[in-house]
Design a protein around this ligand. Structure first.
Ligand SMILES: O=C1O[C@H](COP(=O)(O)O)[C@@H](O)[C@H](O)[C@H]1O
Length: 251
């Protein structure tokens, strides 16, 4: 694994950004499968990755990924049924999971709808342990994340205790954005990743983007700043609107 490094790329629109993100994911999937025989990825929710997920189910990307060797997880989930439009799982299912050759056991849905959210967090952590083994913190080949206009990522929101969690890998949170009850990856799990890919679009995020990347380190204000994998690589992909306030739009 390489030392932590960061790349920033800005694209004219969501379509171009999504094509580049699809190319990036294909490359990391191929490299991961070549080096250790499988590709572990955690998806985000929100609206930004919808186009990307759709592209991965289409050529030329679909046939470049050996889907039999992919394990799919989610970095956060809302307390809604998996059939809800608000479900992060549902977004990926509709445009990607139903369209590629994945067995059910390769799709590790976060049980966000479980009313016992502590038990659901522990069950998901157990699922991670079964996939990655019991030693250390699971190191995803790729965690794909988004960022909200207030700097939240996964379901780590400003000024919440989850930002300081160091023991659990998954935890329940109540967040200021509906639907409030959620499950989320914690900082130690995010920071064990080999690659992290942030996809951020829209003018409403420009201020937070500048603060996260070029402002002082204050992760309680801007949780996305917490994501600094100790030995991994972080790539930020923006559209022009989200990158508008950045001094360095390509690094
Ligand atoms: O609530 C959430 O928001 C973020 C950002 O979503 P976006 O629609 O602005 O891209 C998302 O990454 C996260 O998974 C989701 O639960």
């Amino acid at each position: 694994m390489q030392e932590q490094s960061m790349h920033i790329a800005t694209y004219p629109d969501v379509g171009t950004l999504s094509q580049e993100a699809a190319r990036y994911i294909v490359r990391i999937a191929k490299e991961s499968i070549a080096t250790h025989g499988r590709f572990t990825i955690a998806l985000s929710g929100g609206t930004t990755p919808k186009k990307l997920y759709g592209l991965l189910a289409e050529e030329p990307y679909r046939s470049q990924i050996d889907w039999a060797l992919v394990e799919i997880f989610w970095s956060d989930e809302r307390n809604v049924p998996p059939s809800s439009q608000d479900s992060n799982y549902y977004l990926a299912k509709e445009v990607l999971l139903d369209k590629v050759p994945l067995a059910e056991k390769q799709i590790h849905r976060m049980p966000g709808e479980d009313p016992d959210r502590d038990a659901a967090s522990q069950a998901y952590e157990a699922d991670l342990r079964r996939t990655f083994g019991s030693a250390g913190i699971p190191a995803f080949d790729l965690i794909q994340l988004g960022m909200g206009p207030e700097g939240h990522t996964a379901s780590l929101f400003p000024h919440q205790p989850s930002l300081h969690e160091q023991q659990r890998l998954i935890m329940p949170v109540d967040v200021p954005k509906p639907p409030p009850p959620r499950l989320t990856f914690t900082p130690p799990l995010l920071n064990a990743a080999i690659h992290v890919l942030f996809l951020v679009t829209g003018a409403e995020k420009a201020e937070a983007v500048q603060a996260v990347l070029e402002g002082p380190h204050q992760p309680d204000e801007y949780p996305a700043q917490i994501v600094r994998p100790t030995q991994g690589e972080v790539t930020w992909m923006f559209d022009t609107a989200a990158a508008a306030n950045l001094r360095n739009k390509q690094v």
